[in-house]
Design a protein around this ligand. Sequence first.
Ligand code: TZP
Ligand code: MG
Length: 205
Amino acid sequence: MSELYLVTDADIGCRAGHTVPYVVEEACRAGVRWVQVREKTASTRAFVELAAELKRITQTYGARLIINDRVDVALAVDADGVHVGQDDMPHQLVRKLIGPDKILGLSVNNLAELQEARGTAVDYLGVAAIFPTATKQDTSSLLGLEGLRELCRQTQLPTFAIGGINTGNIQDVIRAGATGAAVVSAICGHPSPYEGTRELIQLIQ
Ligand code: TZP
Ligand code: MG
């Protein structure tokens, strides 16, 4: 069964009049079991407080809580893992800091970055960006379904496709070989995060 992965964005949630904890709880209630908290503008204090609150929520539903970029925040709240990109702390150092038992996710944007991740202690790959998205400004060239298919063919690691995924294309990314799909706006920007999540899960079950 394919998996749905929620990545949070406070701005998009706020646009829909929702807080991040509300969106996360609704998505968990609807069946999401992967939640990544991604805070680009919050103070460290606010990030830790939010992460602690999300830890309580995700634990209640048996979902994993992954922290974007910040190893210190992940350790402080005993999150399930950390997700880093190519410009963040090198994943080998992240593994050293978080120990062998936490989950480590790495974003890859092309085959060269995939090669570099081979034989390392990364647990899953975020594969980005598949389609155009307004959520992240600095996405490098788009992979499209063909690029995603090629990348998935060349790795044994679980792959979560991200970037512009919605109800109209989520089945295509699974058919292209991704283990799961990660979304921001399809859930955070949905008038009902619960309904938005249900629709996406039903499409990939
Ligand atoms: N990384 C690559 S694309 C992206 C991230 C965090 C944003 C995806 O957002 P959306 O709204 O699901 O297109
Ligand atoms: Mg990052």
